[in-house]
Write a new protein. Sequence first.
Length: 237
Amino acid sequence: MLFSVPLPTPAGTGMVIGAIIGGFYGWFSEMAQFFAIHPENPQLRLIHRAVEILNKGGIIAYPTDSSYALACHVGDKQAMDKIRRIRQLDDKHDFTLVCKDLTQVSNFTKIGNDAFRLIKNLTPGPFTFILDATREVPKRLQHPKKKTIGIRIPDHPVAQLLVQELDEAVFSTTLVLPGESEAMSDPYDIRQRLEHELDLVIDAGIIEFEPTTMIAFTANGPEIVRQGKGIAPMLDD
């Protein structure tokens, strides 16, 4: 008769193997999700999943009409700090809130009649408007000296549906990595380089970087401080 005798194993081997397996699955669990969303007819179920990720404190890469950008919930300081770290930004950077409409814009900015009419005429579109911030805007988002905030209403179906379904503005910044001069344009490259930093990458195809036209509202009226993709003929000299 043959007997099967279990081979002795070194003490702690099971714990080591368990730790390796746990680390392996943990590594994968920290990778960003990747949603292919149609750029003209976004799938609502995927937009709802993206909204869930934002509401849980996630950071996403998403498409706009000028580039890919990073976004998180306005009230999430930890997520905002992580975006600042990814982009290596200081508090002098002009941060932006992406809004769904002018009603939402008026919650965050001191917007007069002239500014209201101009923004209404130019949005949705590739413009960033610099306005005085209201108390609704966290101080960490305001320019430290000017107390201003950037506002966007982008002309991209995915971005529009995202803020519409979230029913809140999002904190947003163009996805330009440190040392680079242009935003990342390929969602597959974004996933490859940032999959352990982000919670979601939305793939809406290649978006070549074209900076927004930046309009600041001063005591002397609206002024184009950076000419970009957006055209505002009413402000031409």
